[in-house]
Design a protein around this ligand. Structure first.
Ligand code: ZN
Ligand code: ZN
Length: 285
């Protein structure tokens, strides 16, 4: 079988023999669509734009819920801390800090990464099972490294005070508090996100899928909402903590250091089960 790239960027697979059936990956049309934007993807601005666009897009539905929930009581039953509601000042401060960090911190680092590891776009898309497996491994690795970093920054008072305390400014979280953190914390979390795809030599589409999933899960963690389709409800056996667990971390400080899964906190004895919405008052007593 021969592989050729059409002038419009799409990949053509030619059969040499009648029984040489082309095995086109299911994601090939999507990957061809992405590759037609090669100039954008290979630009040094792409990583920071991708990160910021996805982050704000994922925050927007939760910001809309925050704006509507004071007026629509049915929405408040999904809020983990229904008594708390972010003010416009809190939202704009978090957004301003995020824009500032993307310009002064994330942009220079992603340009350096772009320079040392130039983007190459292979012709063939990854297979779906390989993509899903690698995304799962990257999420587990990110979760483990973040757990260790987080535990260390709570156990060592100097580290907590200088690098992690700012992320705990909000006891009740809302979507834009996700990246309300010190530059030091953002850089380490960024490093933990890129190390998995680098070690596994992930396909760029797998890498983009992982980054997108990782940003979604971190925003969901801080959303302050426990919705019927929240990720922790989709993963069985309580293996995934998600928003209720991370909300409890912001409320109680001493539990739930892993951002997503529950196994490391269970192993270290730092797991605390989340309360149902509207029961937060009880745990504060
Ligand atoms: Zn913390
Ligand atoms: Zn947090």
């Amino acid at each position: 079988m021969e592989i050729s790239t059409h002038h419009n960027g799409s990949t053509l697979l030619f059969c040499n023999q009648p029984d040489d059936l082309p095995n086109v990956p299911a994601l090939q049309p999507l990957w061809d669509f992405v590759r037609r934007r090669e100039d954008l993807i290979k630009s040094p601005f792409f990583p920071v734009l991708f990160n910021f666009a996805i982050y704000t897009a994922f925050c927007l539905p939760f910001i809309a819920l925050d704006l509507l929930s004071p007026w629509i009581s049915v929405l408040r039953k999904y809020k983990i801390q229904p008594q708390a509601s972010p003010t416009p000042q809190m939202v704009s401060l978090c957004l301003a800090q995020s824009i500032y960090h993307h310009i002064v911190c994330i942009f220079p680092v992603t340009v350096a990464h772009w320079y040392w590891r130039p983007v190459s776009l292979p012709s063939i898309a990854p297979e779906v099972p390989a993509l899903l497996l690698q995304v799962a491994v990257c999420l587990l690795l990110f979760d483990f490294l973040s757990f260790l970093w987080h535990l260390l920054h709570h156990k060592v008072p100097w580290l907590y005070k200088n690098f992690h305390k700012i992320h705990h400014k909000h006891i009740s979280t809302f979507a834009l508090t996700t990246q309300y953190a010190s530059v030091w914390e953002l850089l380490w979390l960024g490093f933990f996100a890129v190390v998995g795809p680098m070690l596994l030599r992930c396909h760029p589409l797998t890498e983009m899928t992982f980054f997108t999933a990782n940003i979604w899960l971190s925003v969901e963690d801080h959303s302050g909402y426990d919705l019927p389709w929240s990720t922790h409800r989709l993963v069985p056996f309580g293996l995934y903590g998600g928003a209720p667990h991370h909300d409890l971390h912001h409320l109680k400080f001493k539990f739930n250091y892993a951002p997503y899964f529950t196994h490391w906190d269970r192993l270290f004895g730092t797991l605390s089960h989340a309360v149902k919405p509207n029961q937060v008052k009880g745990i504060q007593d």
